[in-house]
Design a binder for this molecule. Structure first.
Ligand SMILES: [Zn+2]
Length: 487
């Protein structure tokens, strides 16, 4: 049998997933076969029965996928401040009302930045033939200022890191375009540690523009943070630096670095994004009131805003629809948990986190009644379990839930000081609320993240169902356990 590269890749991935899962199992608190008696007390056998019903219903339900298709294909890209983001707010609020939730909108002010023209050419470099220009594939970073319609022309200086920039100093940076050429570690991503690779490089996107602007740079480019090899630029936000900022593809960063090693490289760069007046937007909040302790709250959530290049399927309509599916499943199965299940579609995660900041402001006095919060914001691929930030006692109380989730492979509970994908619920964590972030197989996530390829087809329906099952099972357990999760 002659396997194409895609099939070979799939088989290799399946094998390495088995390896990865067993590796994680060896390192991480594993779901026990038999819960200890103390843990068994936290989750009654009746509750386990209900959790099994939620899981099996979720695994054959297409509600989440239908909602995902609507958000990504009918509504489309949803950058904060855009008409589409507000259409998504209205749509999700209407859908939550249809589910019978008590819906309200948390108002917040968001920045409104829109992309313009984005082109770049190398106009002089070693071996340059007259009239020849090398096209560079790039995209503006969120918050970039404009070069003006005519663009700017300047020499490029290439640095790998902040230390090299500092060594160059003001004399060799002033008037130049700085390219930060820090490579994304694909091997980490392939081993399931994409978030670690992301954290190692994202600082250049976020703080690189300011650091270079302080030394007189006229524009900043960063090597895209992505694991793909298809010459795709990946956008993202950066701290305002008052100069044009963009992300070039890894291939173009290599090209520039190679040419710059031979002789000065001159670029003509045109980026014309605009900062429009701030807009009003909203978190969408839907409550399924608790039957015994309505004042106690368990949050399930994802963020509704997205970048504008793709349609924000894996980042993060997927998280929103998993949370909506959690409420839908409980309503469909007529399960009324003791505590309130609160579904939140957060606004503005990608830029300033205005929605999350607003929630803290408005609800902080009530955080003692927030029992736990769940967010999914690392895609929709096969779930492995949860990253957690909670006490040992809390984690132990959840071991019977791990047992229920082990049949779908989502039984890992990994305590983390910076759990991936919990940006919007981080303020709750800072105030002592136990938090959980869905842990997905992220080996493909950073190939599409913040790029034009973040589209519906990247979500495998059966894997989305597994994620919804994991979120719904965990949320219902938290909302219906005899005693609230200990802090
Ligand atoms: Zn996200």
């Amino acid at each position: 049998m002659n396997l194409g590269p895609r099939s070979r890749r799939r088989i290799l991935r399946a094998l390495s997933l088995i390896f990865l899962t067993s590796l994680l199992a060896a390192q991480i608190q594993q779901a026990p076969q038999q819960p200890s008696s103390a843990n068994a007390d936290s989750v009654s056998s009746e509750l386990v029965h209900q959790l099994e019903a939620i899981k099996s219903t979720a695994l054959s339900d297409d509600y989440a996928y239908r909602q995902l298709a609507h958000l990504t294909e009918n509504i489309g890209p949803r950058p904060a401040g855009s008409a589409a983001a507000n259409a998504a707010v209205e749509y999700v609020a209407a859908q939550m009302r249809e589910l019978g939730l008590d819906v309200h909108l948390d108002k917040c002010k968001v920045r409104h930045w829109v992309r313009g023209t984005e082109t770049a050419e190398l106009v002089d470099y070693a071996g340059h033939a007259t009239e020849m220009q090398q096209k560079i594939v790039l995209t503006a970073l969120g918050g970039s200022t404009s070069t003006g319609a005519d663009g700017i022309t300047a020499d490029i200086v290439v640095v790998d890191d902040f230390d090299q920039l500092k060594t160059l100093g003001r004399d060799r940076v002033t008037g130049k375009i700085v390219l930060f050429n820090q490579k994304f570690d694909k091997q980490k991503a392939n081993a399931g540690l994409g978030f670690a690779a992301y954290r190692e490089t994202v600082g250049y996107r976020e703080r690189g523009p300011q650091a270079a602007a302080q030394l007189g740079a006229v524009a900043v480019l960063v090597r895209s943070i992505g694991s793909d090899d298809y010459r795709l630029p990946h956008t993202g936000d950066s701290d305002p630096a008052g100069i044009p900022t963009g992300a070039v593809t890894p291939e173009d960063a290599d090209l520039i670095a190679h040419l710059a090693a031979e002789a000065p490289v001159r670029m003509h760069l045109t980026l014309t994004p605009q900062k429009l007046p701030d807009e009003t937007s909203y978190n969408v909040i839907g409550d399924l009131k608790g039957s015994e302790h309505p004042e106690q709250i368990v949050i399930v959530s994802g963020h509704l805003d997205s970048w504008d290049l793709g349609t924000g399927a894996i980042d993060d309509a997927a998280g929103v629809v998993m949370a909506m599916e959690t409420a839908q499943l409980l309503q469909r199965l007529r399960l009324h948990p003791k505590r309130t299940l609160r579904v939140i579609a957060w606004m503005d995660e990608e830029t300033d986190g205005a929605g999350s900041i607003q929630y803290r402001k408005e609800h902080k006095s009530d955080f003692t009644n927030h029992i736990a919060a769940i967010e999914s914001d690392v895609g929709a691929a096969h779930p492995l379990g949860f990253f957690t930030k909670m006490s040992k006692a809390a984690a132990e109380a959840l071991t019977p839930v791990q047992t229920v989730l082990s049949s779908i492979g989502a039984s890992v509970m990994q305590e983390a000081s910076h759990p991936p994908g919990i940006t919007d619920i981080a303020p709750l964590s800072e105030e002592g609320v136990p938090v959980l972030g869905l842990m997905q197989d992220t080996r493909d996530y950073y190939a599409y993240h913040h790029s034009a390829a973040d589209t519906l087809d990247k979500v495998v329906p059966s894997e989305l169902r597994e994620n919804a099952a994991a979120m719904a099972v965990m949320a219902y357990a938290l909302a219906d356990m005899e005693n609230p999760l200990p802090r």
